[in-house]
Design a protein around this ligand. Structure first.
Ligand code: SF4
Ligand code: SF4
Length: 318
């Protein structure tokens, strides 16, 4: 009947088809209406900003201007998911130390839901190697809910796969917006962040958490934490793009790729290239590196919000 149908037994919800379709005929469910209704109803709505938010609303727009714009839109509080990335790095490092090599030869990251789905659906024999630590989005959502049980949590990022992940972790995340959807909401509210004053704002994440969406960002945080805790480093491999992830994971499974930690990202160039991103990935990469270098926290394991939060929050996938 000439109707396209997605084969859900193979689909990993990466969202590439949405970007690729020249007619805009494929889309994900949007939560814009529910979020506006929650704000108008006076609920405490928290915006959880993915680390790749820098530069998405214009390369000259500063993080404090984005925060001010979100507050003007009615968000009660703004959290940087880079804090959740620090939490994930701390917990995943401990998980790695317990499991590799004592219980398994290698471990993979769990922060990219499309990569996790790729393993579960296309290499199911390797699914037990995926880390059981929750993603930065879920860690951050659980932390916010532990502090404010009444909070409505809205993850804002470049990712469409996070919409599916949020449905699985409804204890942590209520809604997901892409940067594209956020820009639509800002335009609808007639708010231009570039014209706003920069309120004083201090980010609570380490440079490593901020760098999670960059090339080898997750293993960078893991190796840094391992170095601090154990004075050792892990032999890690990075792959981005579904095809490269699958090819390299097959090599790893058959013993042809020496590696103890596999970092897989479904999008080519990782999260900065996600299907819901607005800005050019090379530019975002430069801006994130600068923002990370300016962080007051030079280590994940120091006196950070994440160190306190990780003690309060259940960090396991359940
Ligand atoms: S795997 Fe990705 S590109 Fe293929 S149908 Fe699913 S969301 Fe679309
Ligand atoms: S690489 Fe990042 S943006 Fe792309 S699917 Fe994975 S988590 Fe989402």
């Amino acid at each position: 009947d000439r109707k396209a149908k997605i084969d859900t037994s193979k689909c990993v919800e990466c969202g590439s088809c949405r970007s690729a379709c020249p007619f805009g005929a494929i889309d994900e469910r949007s939560n814009i209406v529910q979020i506006i209704q929650a704000i108008r109803a006076g609920q405490r709505v928290h915006a959880l900003l993915a680390p790749s938010f820098i530069g998405q609303m214009g390369f000259k727009v500063t993080p404090p201007q984005i925060v001010t714009a979100l507050k003007k839109m009615g968000f009660a509080a703004i959290e940087e998911v880079a804090v959740g990335a620090d939490m994930t790095a701390l917990h995943e490092t401990k998980e790695f130390m317990e499991k590799v090599p004592a219980r398994q030869k290698y471990m993979t990251n769990s922060c990219c839901p499309a990569f996790v789905a790729l393993i579960q659906k296309h290499l199911p024999n390797e699914a037990d190697k995926v880390s059981t630590t929750v993603s930065p989005m879920v860690a951050c959502g659980r932390y916010v809910k532990s502090e404010y049980p009444e909070a409505v949590t809205v993850f804002i990022g470049p990712c469409i796969a996070k919409k599916g992940e949020a449905r699985k972790f409804s204890d942590a995340i209520d809604y997901v917006l892409t940067f594209e959807e956020l820009a639509c909401m800002m335009a609808g509210a007639e708010i231009d962040p570039a014209t706003l004053a920069s309120e004083s704002y201090i980010n609570q994440a380490s440079g490593f958490g901020i760098s999670f969406p960059l090339l080898k960002g997750v293993q960078g945080a893991l190796n840094h934490t391992l170095e601090e805790l154990e004075e050792t480093q892990v032999q890690a491999h990075y792959a981005s793009g579904l095809e490269a992830c699958l090819d390299d994971m097959k090599k790893l499974a058959s013993g042809k790729l020496p590696c103890q930690y596999f970092e897989g990202m479904a999008c080519v160039n990782g999260c900065i290239d996600g299907p819901g991103a607005l800005a050019e990935s090379g530019l975002v990469s430069v801006l994130i590196k600068k923002y990370a270098s300016e962080s007051q926290h030079k280590t994940v394991h120091g006196d950070t919000t994440a160190v306190k939060a990780v003690k309060k929050v259940d960090m396991e996938v359940r």
